[in-house]
Design a binder for this molecule. Structure first.
Ligand SMILES: CCCCCCCCC/C=C/C(=O)SCCNC(=O)CCNC(=O)[C@H](O)C(C)(C)COP(=O)(O)OP(=O)(O)OC[C@H]1O[C@@H](n2cnc3c(N)ncnc32)[C@H](O)[C@@H]1OP(=O)(O)O
Ligand SMILES: NC(=O)C1=CN([C@@H]2O[C@H](COP(=O)(O)OP(=O)(O)OC[C@H]3O[C@@H](n4cnc5c(N)ncnc54)[C@H](OP(=O)(O)O)[C@@H]3O)[C@@H](O)[C@H]2O)C=CC1
Length: 263
């Protein structure tokens, strides 16, 4: 766990910051001293998360935002600057997902997920980076992807394709904007319990157990485990890391292997 004060005076925008991993990151960043801006569609979820942060002595601004709308994204940046005067960190965490055979997926279904994950990430990234570049200052971007960005994700072609796009965006912009002092990294979580992923991806206990069976460490991850790593990547401790992907999946994407000797 990073020491309190690690993110003192930093201002962090977290999309999808009202639930799941986004909320866990917001709580952890606030514990470390950051002021956080929570952005997603459902104001009620954002307000609840902000109240929890305030209850622990932190400061959070709520800006209802659909990341698919570049105008709403500009509003997010403007509201943040009005309130805090600067932005240091952007976490592109908002996502949508559901399981659907590719041949049955409608155009609207494809667009809904790709627009949130890929286009929304670009709109937020572009808006914040334009501000940084205009001010001649650097910053930190963290994109939340998934390991199926490189393995493929049967049953979730929209999300896998969009996350692969975000991975390519990360590596591209890490180099393109390195001279600007902007770092861009990814976290690729494996299955994490207690978030909006559960009802979409493992809606029954049987499905949940099947997912756990695929994890070499034999359990799901926790939102806090992702939040600790996220705080590290956006902090000065990771000042020489850019264009990187930190996988936090209990070994899942490597597979279970065939060796049974140590079990
Ligand atoms: C496996 C284990 C791995 C385990 C491996 C672990 C890796 C897990 C990786 C996890 C990644 C995640 O992102 S988990 C994040 C999960 N969280 C979320 O999904 C929360 C946000 N989700 C949402 O808001 C919604 O689900 C979503 C559909 C994406 C967007 O909502 P909208 O209101 O914009 O869209 P809607 O109008 O409802 O729907 C748009 C179209 O999509 C279609 N659609 C919606 N749900 C559908 C469904 N279940 N099946 C088919 N089609 C669907 C609708 O019919 C519409 O098409 P038409 O009928 O043609 O008009
Ligand atoms: N949990 C897991 O097992 C894994 C999760 N991930 C990734 O982690 C991240 C967080 O997911 P998780 O916490 O699990 O799930 P959640 O469903 O809890 O979080 C997704 C968030 O995205 C927000 N969101 C969705 N659509 C939009 C939109 N159009 N504009 C703005 N915000 C939007 C939602 O808020 P609202 O509805 O208010 O808009 C919600 O807060 C995602 O990027 C996901 O792909 C990756 C691998 C595994």
């Amino acid at each position: 766990m990073l020491p309190a004060g690690t993110l003192a005076d930093r201002v962090a925008i977290i999309t999808g910051g009202g639930t799941g991993l986004g909320k866990a990151m917001a709580l952890e960043f606030a514990r470390l001293g950051a002021r956080v801006v929570l952005a997603s569609r459902k104001q009620e979820n954002l307000e609840k998360a902000a109240a929890e942060i305030a209850g622990r002595g932190g400061e959070a601004l709520v800006v209802p935002t659909d990341v698919r709308d570049p105008g709403q994204v500009d509003n997010l940046v403007n509201r943040t600057l009005e309130r805090f005067g600067k932005i240091d960190i952007l976490v592109n965490n908002a996502a949508g997902n559901f399981v659907c055979p590719a041949e049955e997926l409608s155009v609207n279904g494809w667009n809904a997920v790709v627009n949130i994950v890929l286009n929304g990430t670009f709109y937020c990234t572009r808006a914040v980076a334009r501000h940084w570049i205009g001010q001649g200052r650097g910053g930190n971007i963290l994109n939340i992807i998934a390991t199926y960005a490189w393995t493929g994700g049967p049953g979730t072609v929209h999300s896998a394709a969009a996350k692969a796009g975000v991975l390519a965006m990360t590596r591209t912009l890490a180099v393109e904007w390195a001279p600007r002092g902007i770092r861009v990294n990814c976290i690729a979580p494996g299955p994490v319990d207690g978030t909006g992923a559960a009802p979409q991806l493992w809606p029954t206990e049987e499905a949940r157990q099947a997912v756990i069976q695929a994890v070499p460490l034999g359990r799901m991850g926790t939102p806090e485990e992702i939040a600790h790593a996220a705080a590290y990547l956006v902090s000065d401790y990771a000042g020489f890391i850019t264009g990187e992907v930190l996988t936090i999946d209990g070994g899942t994407w490597l597979g279970r292997g065939l060796f049974k000797g140590s079990r």
